[in-house]
Design a binder for this molecule. Structure first.
Ligand code: FAD
Ligand code: SF4
Ligand code: SF4
Length: 479
């Protein structure tokens, strides 16, 4: 093993510089700077090159992390990029927004005594260097194929599948009801986590590589699902999950109570320079308002931090469990706290007050009781613990469910789970309709970009195998 490695004893962990909270709340730019070459080499050299690398096991893409860390430490950056991009379609995006503390870095073996290797930041550095050096090129197809695949959804799952299928020579058309490519990477995730030109740069490369995009095209409305099937040899459903969960409390219908994704999409569109009437009218703009965000996941963290940047008067996050039990990444909570968000842990909304327009949230304190069958402590209301928080804007960040796809697509044979997610055979990634595959959030429920990429890549392999089998006159089993 190269003598450059195993430096975790002498070299401490360092993240790329993080902008001061007072500076970063003034814009929607990313909050972390890039490593420079010296720092990337130094941090990569901390890896102990484990025989059983738990970082790799716990990366959904099983990236060959120890090898590309070693190549980085040895300043062999082009090889590091080639290795990392062999398993990851968008390493520059995962390096930025994977919750590394729950995936690769959280399982790094040296985490126990010496703090983990900063894997995500190195992945980002290597890929950004590859872009700067011109090593990232559009797909070059050696032999074009006649067969085509229609992909519904230009989010990470659809795009990862499109990339691999195109590399195999297929004619690939990606349909999306939005006007831009990227799904939630463009309209959900705020710029301070992932700047939009990073996604645009990828979209342009994919287009240059011969993938066709039909935007502003909603399948089930502008084109029927049957028409789509008739156009292509196989279809991939990668539509994500968008139906906002709600709570049933008095006052929920008051003006000023909005779903998280409407709020974040308006903000992202504004940053992209679009005209957004609901933002300009003040409906989806937090400026000068007391804002309460209900929920404790990553979407809630994105909402509170967006409200801070829109110069809200106050921003409060209301969550019914405590900090240790919240689903959001601890790193994001820390960032939100630094930026001035007030957290009301162990608190749940009881009613929204106001006359037509919301003016306050009445909340109750919660006690965490005995664990239920899932092992999580059950929140119990403490009687008589009501308190009010002033609120001119209440954002509901309570999670997402799938739309009713069998109805939307008029496909009663499309099997769905009791939660509405599309059922697939995980070996073939195929739904119960032959030649129709599914990937990403629409299969897993609200998940992560990296899982979308993984599913999209797996689906591409299976679609290829399906089309090949069809050409040989074989039929494959339906899931
Ligand atoms: P999506 O990204 O949702 O893409 C689906 C696409 O399908 C959309 O473009 C949609 O317009 C299109 N579509 C839907 N129906 C149709 C139709 N009928 N016809 C045509 N097009 C259609 N994950 C992380 O890893 N890190 C994070 O920091 C993170 N932050 C997040 C913050 C927010 C606010 C949200 C909401 C999610 C976040 N996620 C994060 C989760 C991540 O964005 C998703 O898991 C991921 O984008 C799912 O990918 P997907 O391709 O399955 O779906
Ligand atoms: Fe870690 Fe995500 Fe990169 Fe995998 S893809 S190595 S989990 S940052
Ligand atoms: Fe290196 Fe940590 Fe992965 Fe081990 S677990 S190979 S130390 S990054």
């Amino acid at each position: 093993m190269a003598e450059k490695m195993l430096k975790f004893i002498s070299q401490s962990k360092a993240m790329p510089d993080k902008r001061q909270a007072s500076d970063r709340v003034a814009d929607f730019d990313e909050i972390y700077a890039d490593f420079d070459l010296e720092k990337a080499e130094e941090q990569a050299s901390r890896c102990s090159q484990c025989g059983v690398p738990f970082c790799q096991v716990n990366c959904p893409l099983h990236n060959n992390i120890p090898d590309w860390l070693m190549l980085t430490a040895e300043n062999r950056l082009q090889e590091a990029y080639e290795l990392s991009s062999a398993t990851n379609t968008f390493p520059e995006i995962c390096g930025r927004i994977c919750p590394q503390d729950r995936l690769c870095e959280g399982n790094c073996v040296i985490e126990k005594g010496f703090e983990s290797v900063t894997i995500g930041a190195v992945e980002k550095y290597v890929t950004e260097t590859a872009f700067d050096e011109g090593w990232v090129e559009p797909i070059k197809v050696n032999a074009e194929r006649e067969q085509s695949v229609g992909i519904i959804g230009a989010g990470p799952a659809g795009l990862a599948a499109a990339d691999l299928l195109r590399r195999k020579g297929y004619q690939v058309v990606v349909y999306d009801r939005y006007d831009r490519v990227g799904g939630l990477m463009v309209y959900g995730i705020p710029g301070f986590k992932l700047e939009k030109d990073i996604v645009e740069r990828r979209a342009e490369l994919l287009e240059k590589g011969g993938i066709k995009f039909e935007l502003n095209c909603e399948i089930g409305r502008d084109v029927t699902f049957d028409e789509l099937r008739a156009r292509h040899n196989a279809v991939l459903i990668a539509t994500g999950v968008y139906k906002a969960r709600d709570i049933k409390v008095p006052g929920i219908g008051l003006e000023g109570v909005v779903p998280a994704l409407d709020y974040l999409t308006a903000s992202n569109r504004k940053s992209l320079g679009d005209d957004v009437a609901e933002f300009d009218s003040g409906m989806l703009n937090a400026e000068g308002k007391n804002v309460v965000v209900i929920g404790g996941g990553d979407t809630a963290m994105d909402c509170v931090r967006t409200a801070i940047r829109q110069e809200a008067k106050s921003v409060t996050c209301l969550y019914r469990r405590d900090r240790a039990n919240m689903p959001g990444s601890q790193r994001e909570v820390e960032n939100a706290e630094e930026e001035g968000v007030n957290f009301q842990w162990l608190s749940a909304p009881h009613a929204l007050l106001g006359n037509e327009v919301v003016s306050a949230v009445r909340a109750q304190r919660i006690h965490l009781g005995q664990p239920d069958e899932t092992g999580r402590q059950v929140p119990q209301i403490i009687d008589g613990s009501d308190f009010d928080i002033d609120a001119d804007l209440v954002v509901k960040a309570l999670g997402f469910d799938p739309e009713d796809l069998p109805s939307l697509f008029e496909q009663k044979d499309l099997g769905v789970s009791r939660w509405g997610t599309v059922q697939i055979d995980w070996k073939t990634m195929m739904t119960q309709i032959p030649g129709v595959f599914a990937a990403g959030d629409i299969v897993r429920g609200a998940s992560l970009v990296v899982w979308g990429i993984r599913d999209g890549r797996d689906a591409a392999e299976q679609i290829d195998a399906f089309i090949e089998a069809e050409l040989r006159g074989e039929t494959r089993q339906v899931g």
